[in-house]
Design a binder for this molecule. Structure first.
Ligand code: PMP
Length: 292
């Protein structure tokens, strides 16, 4: 079913609109100039995991892009919950998005109206379960994550996803599931929609998030691992070091914890630590595991 042709309700600027009627004008600034920021959240058994953290990041992303969301954090939190309820979902992916409207077109858009929408849908697994079980296969992306001097890298801004979509498409066309991106210096950064961890001798290594999102899942996985007494090293990782790691997994709201079998010329075997953290994260978000 095409995504715009569904039953259900979308929250748009404070009101519920029938799913098929939730439209924007073709001169929307967000469409032409990427003046748009969004979130990706998941509701598990009736509760959105880290809801307020996600809403706060949406507001920070908007501020970085020089616009102000015309609602409070509490109002958007409530609207996310209400949208799940209105659509009868207790397990859902939640997508809030804020953008500049169509009142002005051109690089300057000071007087545009700021819109906010929230859509929710059933999205059980970002990667196919059979691929997740074996570990996903990834290739290297052609594009590199830009320097913080080139782009507002800590905003979850639509414009920053241009290179992700191009890279993910290239990976899929070549038979891979996703692409791993390097940063502007050539260090391993993140995938097109998730952060990455490696295992060496029982220690977790993960890139320092200095030019990409310090994901909410990444932070949860670090806390989970620490609570199990696992050492974490956040540092710059060169691609050639991948030969020294035994396990690899990617983490994100959509991806959750997903083992990786291959990145380009390097291969990994999903092992004890990856599988334990996958299980622990799944219990944590369902409130079956109390955070330490
Ligand atoms: N990096 C990118 C490029 C992403 O799109 C995401 C998903 N939002 C992440 C990392 C992980 O972020 P989070 O754990 O907050 O979902």
């Amino acid at each position: 079913v095409p995504f715009d042709d569904r039953d259900g309700w979308i929250w748009l600027d404070g009101q519920f609109v029938a799913w098929r009627e939730a439209k924007v004008h073709v001169l929307t600034h967000g469409l032409h100039y990427a003046s748009s920021v969004f979130e990706g959240e998941r509701m598990y058994g009736g509760e959105i995991y880290k809801l307020t953290e996600h809403t706060q990041r949406l507001f920070q992303s908007a501020e970085i892009l020089d616009f102000e969301i015309p609602f409070t954090v509490a109002e958007i939190d409530q609207a996310c919950k209400d949208t799940c309820a209105k659509n009868g979902l207790t397990d859902a992916y939640v997508r809030p998005i804020a953008w500049r409207g169509s009142e002005m077109i051109g690089v300057s858009a000071q007087q545009t109206k700021i819109h906010v929408a929230i859509a929710v849908w059933d999205w059980p697994s970002y990667f196919k379960p059979e691929e997740r079980a074996k570990g996903i296969r990834m290739c290297w992306a052609k594009y590199k994550r830009p320097s913080p001097e080139s782009e507002p890298v800590h905003a979850k801004a639509s414009g920053l996803y241009m290179i992700c979509t191009i890279s993910k498409h290239a990976a899929e066309k070549a038979g891979y599931t996703d692409a791993m991106m390097l940063d502007y210096r050539g260090y391993v950064a993140e995938s097109t929609g998730s952060n990455v961890f490696f295992v060496k001798d029982g220690v977790l290594h993960t890139p320092t998030p200095d030019c990409f999102l310090n994901g909410i899942t990444r932070q949860s996985v670090i806390a989970l691992a620490r609570s199990k007494g696992v050492e974490i090293v956040e540092r710059h990782i060169k691609p050639e070091e991948l030969s020294t790691f035994s396990e690899c997994f990617v983490v994100g709201t959509a991806a959750e914890v997903t083992p990786v079998a291959e990145i380009g010329e390097y291969s990994f075997t999903p092992g004890k630590l990856s599988l334990e953290l996958m299980e622990d994260y799944s219990r944590l978000v369902r409130r079956e595991l109390v955070p330490a």
